[in-house]
Design a protein around this ligand. Structure first.
Ligand SMILES: Cc1cc2nc3c(=O)[nH]c(=O)nc-3n(C[C@H](O)[C@H](O)[C@H](O)COP(=O)(O)OP(=O)(O)OC[C@H]3O[C@@H](n4cnc5c(N)ncnc54)[C@H](O)[C@@H]3O)c2cc1C
Length: 462
């Protein structure tokens, strides 16, 4: 069918851009509205504060993005982005166990978040029928009198000036944009719960897992011989040592280092403090890098209080003509790097549902999204539940899986096949059940059990 009608997307970050890509095959016009004045190049902006923090695009996300935007791999490489073999070129320390490396087809692009967003934004701008209205804030939904359909959005645009005694936002113009479909990709702070409540809808049940994560990211000049010649390093947080670190290459010859703390643990932001914090991690390469590499910019700090999942699929009444997408639907603990990949999978789902046609798009979308969010949500929340301070249901399944994966990390110090299987699940390429094939079960249970203590546990809340 020829594209027809108009879709409006609230938010032009990764979620909104990916939604627009899916919508552009069905709608003649796709209008993306973002309250930020969007930059012309790869720059940080206010509406995406997490853009200053290290972002890793999982291999599954890379696969989907390159399917949606053919040639994206080559374009990123041409812009100085470095492909990294995730199993062959990274020092992995899972629960203190050094994973045995082996070449693999799992690839992560070492790039900054603003660059990825810029490249995708350029691709989406070039799609027929797509218009991006930068500096346009959506302030509400337009709903039919019977409240069954969302038919557009209210928009406020222009330069913010102090509100005068007219009681209105002087200097800003207010108008409406009619739409056959409104997709809210406004992020974790999506206003849809408030707007839908004003239209008489019940709030979507919300699941919240408090993790109190603090990120500190800084970039350093990349020079030969660093990281023992490899391209990345990672040490995860474990109960008793709620600290983690990741190093990944960035475009323009830099390494980005993120130090993170969970459950209130705070990485410092001064040179000595950061190096000392990194030296308490099991991956000695991270501390060595911080002691010797030259910083390029000041450190950026960000706090992430809780993972939040809004279960729209559980609502009995939903308006048609409106969807919530991306982080507005589920905002994952960033440590697992899942957000952009899940948004990309939602874009594939939306594209398929639109191509199928038919009624009840909202219900079909939320049901499908719930099915694709379940595995990464269980993976991240299940792993967070290893920390006794994290509140949530520790079912027998969660406890068994965590005990098993702990044994798998020990066995992967010598068995590269087990490490590869784990990384494929972590990258959302394979389902978690792949870790439980009979052959792997035997190898995990026969493998070494004890943690290999590489470093003494350092100072802090341990
Ligand atoms: C510290 C941190 C680290 C992360 N690391 C990773 C990682 O390594 N890998 C990964 O895949 N994901 C990561 N994520 C998650 C990732 O950033 C998001 O999943 C991704 O940006 C998609 O989110 P989104 O587009 O739905 O929302 P956002 O990125 O939050 O964007 C929302 C957009 O909507 C706009 N907006 C909001 N309200 C309005 C309105 N009313 N009108 C108009 N515009 C509006 C904002 O300006 C913004 O552009 C991380 C997140 C955090 C917090």
């Amino acid at each position: 069918m020829a594209p027809a009608g108009r879709a409006v997307v609230i938010g032009a970050s990764m979620g909104g851009l990916l939604a627009a890509r899916a919508l552009s095959e069905t709608y003649a016009e796709v209008v993306l509205l973002d309250r930020d004045v969007l930059p012309d190049g790869p720059a940080n902006r206010r509406g995406v504060p997490q853009g200053r923090q290290l972002h890793v695009l999982l291999d599954r996300g890379r696969q989907v993005l390159t399917a949606l935007f053919p040639g994206l791999d080559e374009e990123l490489t041409a812009r100085g982005v470095c492909p990294v073999d995730l199993h062959g070129e990274v020092h992995w320390y899972n629960d203190g166990h050094r994973m045995r490396r082996a070449p693999s087809d799992l690839v992560a692009y070492g790039m900054s978040r603003p660059l990825l967003e810029q490249v995708v934004r350029e691709r989406v701008h070039a799609l027929p029928g797509v218009r991006v209205l930068s500096g346009h804030e959506v302030t509400g939904l337009i709903v039919t009198p019977d409240r069954r359909w969302v038919t557009g959005v209210r928009v406020s645009a222009g330069v913010r000036v102090p509100v005068g005694d007219r009681g209105s936002a002087g200097g800003r113009s207010e108008f409406t944009v009619a739409a056959d479909l409104v997709v809210d990709a406004g992020g974790r702070g999506s206003r849809s719960p408030v707007w839908l409540a004003a239209a008489g809808y019940r709030p979507a049940p919300e699941e919240r897992v408090e993790v109190d994560v603090t990120y500190v990211t800084r970039t350093y000049r990349r020079e030969s011989g660093q990281l023992e010649g490899l391209l990345g390093a990672l040490a995860n947080a474990v109960p008793g040592r709620p600290r983690a670190g990741i190093v990944a290459p960035q475009e323009d010859g830099r390494f980005a280092v993120v130090l993170s703390g969970v459950l209130g643990e705070q990485p410092p932001t001064d040179d000595e403090g950061m190096a000392a914090f990194a030296e308490t991690l099991p991956a000695p390469q991270i501390g060595e890098l911080l002691r010797t590499a030259r910083p390029v910019d000041p450190p950026a700090r960000m706090r992430f209080p809780a993972s939040v999942r809004r279960r729209y699929e559980r609502l009995r009444r939903l308006p048609e003509g409106h969807l919530v997408f991306g982080d507005g639907l589920c905002s994952f603990n960033p440590i697992y790097g899942q957000g952009m990949t899940v948004a990309a999978l939602e874009a594939l789902l939306l594209r398929r549902l639109l191509a199928e046609g038919g009624d009840g798009l909202a219900r079909r979308f939320y049901r499908g999204a719930a099915r694709l969010i379940d595995p990464p949500w269980q993976l991240s929340v299940g792993t967070d539940l290893r920390f006794p301070e994290v509140t949530g249901r520790r079912t027998l399944r969660v406890r068994l899986v965590n005990a098993y994966v702990g044994r798998l990390h020990a066995a992967a110090t010598t068995d590269a096949g087990l490490g590869a299987a784990f990384l494929r699940v972590l990258n959302l390429v394979d389902p978690p059940t792949r870790l439980l094939t009979p052959g792997r079960l035997v190898r995990v249970l026969r493998g070494p059990r004890r943690a290999v203590a590489r470093r003494p546990v350092g100072v802090g809340r341990v």
